[in-house]
Ligand binder design. Structure first.
Ligand code: NI
Length: 236
């Protein structure tokens, strides 16, 4: 890469059974070769002939990637993911070629205190430790929202800016730089653990996401770089 290059990542997932003799399902070299021959030149050509600001039909692009990789990989490709930026990527699944899933990250800063009044102070301290500090403590939360969007007849999926605007209004403005226990009504009687935060954020998005003609798949919340909770709705 020279000068102002561009950086993308492509993830290809293949699904199948391991051969009982070799223990191989598919050779990784086989996948590498298929990607190098059938996906990279296609992307290269598009990248070299398309302005950065052009409205590329990303849904069609994702479907084309699966279509091109299918035959050389014996139709084992289950999903393809294209990272357009470190915190924004698209996925498509071979059994759902009319949709893409848009994954976008956001962040907010908030304070909270883990405390359950019904448990008594000693139990709270022993269960929640430092997180029970009476004055609270802060986190820089990262969230990832995954929405399943239809590919329209022109090959486009819902622009991510529309998702960004909805998340900003429905979630970030309500949580950013707030004390969750004090300022956010959903936590008035709910302990703001990362599990509950993921569910509350899901609940903030779910009633409104239909406005964009897309469907909420899941919400991931990172309380630290290592601790993440994913909520994908009540499946019971
Ligand atoms: Ni905490």
């Amino acid at each position: 890469m020279r000068g102002l290059g561009r950086f993308y990542q492509l993830h290809v997932s293949c699904a199948g059974h391991a051969d009982p003799t070799t223990g191989y399902f598919i050779s990784i070299k086989h996948i590498d070769k298929a990607v190098a021959q059938h996906a990279v030149p296609y992307l290269d050509q598009l990248i070299n002939t398309t302005a950065v600001t052009a409205a590329v039909p990303m849904g069609r692009l994702m479907a084309t990637l699966i279509d091109r990789l299918g035959p050389p990989l014996d139709h084992t490709v289950a999903a393809v993911q294209l990272d357009l930026a470190p915190y924004y990527w698209l996925t498509i699944e071979s059994n759902d070629m009319q949709h893409v899933t848009i994954h976008q990250h956001y962040e907010f800063s908030a304070s909270h205190r883990l405390h359950v009044p019904a448990m008594g102070d000693d139990d709270n301290r022993s269960v929640f430790g430092k997180c029970n500090n009476p004055s609270g403590h802060g986190h820089n939360y990262q969230i990832k929202v995954a929405v399943r969007a239809p590919i329209d007849p022109r090959g486009h999926a819902t622009p991510v800016e529309r998702i960004d605007a909805l998340i900003d209004e429905a979630v970030l403005q309500k949580l950013d730089h707030k004390h969750l226990n004090v300022d956010v009504p959903q936590f008035a009687d709910l302990n703001p653990t990362v599990e509950n935060i993921a569910q509350v954020i899901y609940g903030m998005i779910q009633p409104r996401i239909g406005e964009l003609g897309v469907e909420l798949r899941d919400v991931s919340v990172w309380e630290t770089g290592k601790t993440v909770c994913v909520y994908s709705g009540d499946k019971t």
